[in-house]
Design a binder for this molecule. Structure first.
Ligand code: FAD
Length: 477
């Protein structure tokens, strides 16, 4: 017989969406529980996503700088600069452990009850937690939780490529790419989206010859077209090869190599390639395995997403869905915003996420970050706009840092001069884009932004000057 429990709010999934929803609900006074089956909190993001990838990106960048850039900065490295793959991976694992452990502490602090096990629907009001074999600290036996409200935040998983078997050794997903034991000589990547390009950057810096195979004529998925082209140029300069408009026909591991067949989608020309490692990075898909959503008849759309209304409700008013498993960009901060809003809906009947103001960042070097509309979107919507640009080569801080690649591009409404979109390629673009987000949220005009005093010498002066360029003229270019 299962143990019976009761909670006001039960969150299924402890990723950025779920754990934030649980903490917020508890802070709002609900008796809250969170069910997670991975054994560690933090979901994809902290365990096999944002955090480990950024650890590898940061440390591979430092390595690459020391190797290629130190001399011109007046730093003589006496002795060789080498990568110790084991320690390189360990540094990443340590951060992941600290951060995922940190969420357990936050649960304790906020009095969120944490159930380790698989969460599945018994019926519309009851969720069963089943123990999982081999999972340390799993619930000792089945627990059935009667919950007034349920929030589903089960996230996403790697989208497989039809006909290609991932073995996580030679043919890998992003998860395998985060823990390779040696640096491959040749790495091919299917997919020129953010995840593919970030992992490509890591291994290219560590010495792999990286080739990106992309079906579309452009990399960078939802990037502004001009920014995507510039991004491709700087990555190419760093040694990454691109085959765009290229369809992967097949890929097969033969011993220690992977044979790949591709076809040019324009000319139909076929080509065979070889790689030591093939990374399949064609996206992620919603994950509801083991949830038994069908038992209660939750609606799922053609792309596997759980269907909700604008208040995150399924057809059952007591069941909400947030994060990667439903509509919208698959980003950790989007899931978190929804987690907060979903909890607030429960308490007050109001919650808010501005889907026009969700930044995207690619953590290459230089970084690429954007928020709001792209030029292509504005053209399609028939909105009349003006463009302001400012290159980092004219920014004093970028100059002093010997880090001048890229530019800030600002899109404003022709008439009102309000900010519509901001696109940055440059050092620290991921941090700088927050200023654009704030401006967008408060409906600032380019002049409003340009009249705010920015510290000198900082990279964010380039943001200010690009806004000047949008409505008038920049001063330093
Ligand atoms: P998830 O993080 O997927 O969490 C869902 C959790 O639910 C999982 O831990 C899963 O075990 C658990 N679960 C599922 N079903 C059940 C069940 N039935 N019972 C109990 N538990 C269950 N996003 C960014 O914003 N910035 C980045 O830099 C970034 N980098 C990324 C890099 C990589 C390599 C990858 C793969 C992703 C990256 N992402 C990034 C995307 C980001 O990880 C996701 O958008 C985010 O994790 C989504 O959060 P979530 O809470 O919706 O789902």
């Amino acid at each position: 017989l299962a143990i019976k429990k009761q909670h006001d709010v039960v969150v299924i999934g402890g990723g950025p969406g779920g754990y934030i929803a649980a903490i917020k609900a508890a802070q709002l006074g609900f008796d809250t529980a969170c069910i997670e089956k991975r054994g560690r909190l933090g979901g994809t993001c902290l365990n096999v996503g944002c955090i480990p990838s950024k650890a590898l990106l940061n440390n591979s960048h430092l390595y690459h700088q020391m190797k290629t850039d130190a001399k011109q900065r007046g730093i003589d490295v006496n002795g060789s600069v080498d990568i110790n793959v084991e320690q390189f991976q360990k540094a990443k694992d340590t951060v992941v452990k600290q951060l995922t452990g940190g969420i357990e502490m936050l649960f304790k602090k906020n009095k969120v009850t944490y159930y380790k096990g698989n969460g599945s629907f018994e019926d519309v009001n009851n969720v069963k937690v089943s123990p999982l074999e081999g999972l340390e600290g799993t619930v000792p036996e089945e627990v059935v939780i009667e919950a007034k409200n349920i929030i589903i935040a089960t996230g996403s998983e790697v989208t497989p490529f039809p006909g290609i078997t991932i073995d996580e050794e030679r043919i890998i997903s992003s998860t395998g790419a985060l823990s390779l034991k040696e640096i491959p000589k040749r790495m091919a990547i299917i997919g020129g989206g953010i995840i593919g390009l970030e992992m490509g950057s890591v291994y290219s810096r560590l010495g792999s010859k990286v080739t990106v195979l992309e079906f579309q004529p452009q990399i960078g998925a939802s990037m502004d077209g001009e920014v995507a082209n510039s991004t491709q140029k700087f990555l190419k300069k760093q040694g990454i090869d691109f085959k765009l408009s290229t369809k992967v026909v097949s890929a097969e591991r033969k011993g220690d190599v992977v044979d790949i067949s591709v076809e040019d989608t324009k000319s139909g020309k076929k080509e065979d390639l070889q790689a030591d490692v093939l990374l399949v990075a064609v996206g992620r898909r919603p994950y509801i395995q083991g949830l038994e959503a069908e038992k209660i008849g939750l609606d799922v759309d053609k792309r596997g997403r759980l269907v909700i209304d604008e208040q995150f409700n399924t057809k059952f008013p007591n069941i909400k869905v947030i994060g990667d498993v439903t509509f919208g960009p698959m980003l950790a901060h989007k899931a978190e915003e929804e987690g907060v809003a979903a909890a607030e809906y429960l308490k007050t009947g109001h919650g808010h996420v501005n889907y026009n103001n969700i930044p995207s960042v690619m953590y290459s070097h230089p970084e690429v970050a954007w928020v709001g509309k792209t030029e292509e979107q504005l053209k399609e919507a028939g909105i009349s706009y003006k463009v302001g640009k400012f290159p980092f080569i004219a920014n004093s801080r970028a100059k002093t840092n010997l880090d001048t690649e890229g530019f800030v591009k600002i899109l404003i409404d022709s008439e009102t001069e309000r900010l519509l979109g901001a696109h940055i390629i440059g050092p620290n673009a991921g941090e700088m884009i927050a200023e654009a987000g704030l401006a967008l949220e408060y409906g600032a005009s380019a002049e409003d932004i340009a009249r705010v005093c920015h510290a000198h010498p900082t990279l964010s002066e380039a943001f200010k000057e690009a806004n000047m360029a949008a409505y008038d003229k920049p001063l330093n270019f």
